[in-house]
Design a protein around this ligand. Sequence first.
Ligand SMILES: [Zn+2]
Ligand SMILES: [Zn+2]
Length: 318
Amino acid sequence: MRAMVLDAPGTPLRAVDLPVPEPAHGQVLLRVRACGVCRTDLHVVDGELPDAKLPLVPGHQIVGEDVETGERLGVPWLGWTCGECRYCRSGRENLCERARFTGYQLDGGYAQHAVAARRFCFPLPDGYPDAQAAPLLCAGLIGYRALRLAGEAERLGFYGFGAAAHILVQVARWQGRRVFAFTHAGDEAAQSLALELGAEWTGDALGPAPDELDAAIVFATAGELVPAALRALARGGTVVCAGIHMSDIPSFPYGLLWGERVVRSVANLTRRDGEEFLALAPAVPVRTEVEEYPLERANDALARLRAGEVRGAAVLVV
Ligand SMILES: [Zn+2]
Ligand SMILES: [Zn+2]
């Protein structure tokens, strides 16, 4: 099978031929139809996440067809958990210390075939073509977890407007919330997409906010956005850091946190998040905006994502 492989962090992916993987007990073999490109893939490729399996097939938003049954399945970031630890046994499998992640410790979907543990795969809602379904699997469902952890906030700020935010703004509007999109100053492409999808305001993430926020979700990876978001937050509000990697957060005066403000992260997903979000997406209905690339152009897709040039989500079509 054709695959795009990472040999070492900091190097481009290489197009290679690999043997089709053999499914182990409890796994399915999928013919990959599409695989979303996520910022986390960049963190893996750039070596910001340590100890990746090498060589590695990246990609954790896999839309594939079970070669035995023909069923269309989605494979998310959470690839395996132990099922035994205190986190797994208390509905928090996203925190399992022995968890293994797709496209990081397990080969992912930048390839013509992939294997995945069946119990972590999701049936995908009808009505989404393969490429449009792919971003639901990480941008959508980890974003959805972040939105849930933001609480009942009415006035919601999104810091960074990429794949996750373009999905979550639609969910938040459908829930009756107000959304403010904070981007790089002058990022007109992201700002116009945000307004088109229901944000009521867009502007510079480091400039003044138009109103107090009840919660903020920081999708971007710049630590300086955390005190910026705190500055915009009403008392009792929450800043949720949605990314797996962030640059250091600069120190800030305690007064920004005072008033029962909260800063928290969101880690990974549970299967329950996936089931809830994939039932919700067609009800909203969430529409995903995707840029499609052939498998061999994975490096171009990653480069555009790194440069902040992708409108919506990038997807490899296999
Ligand atoms: Zn566990
Ligand atoms: Zn992801």
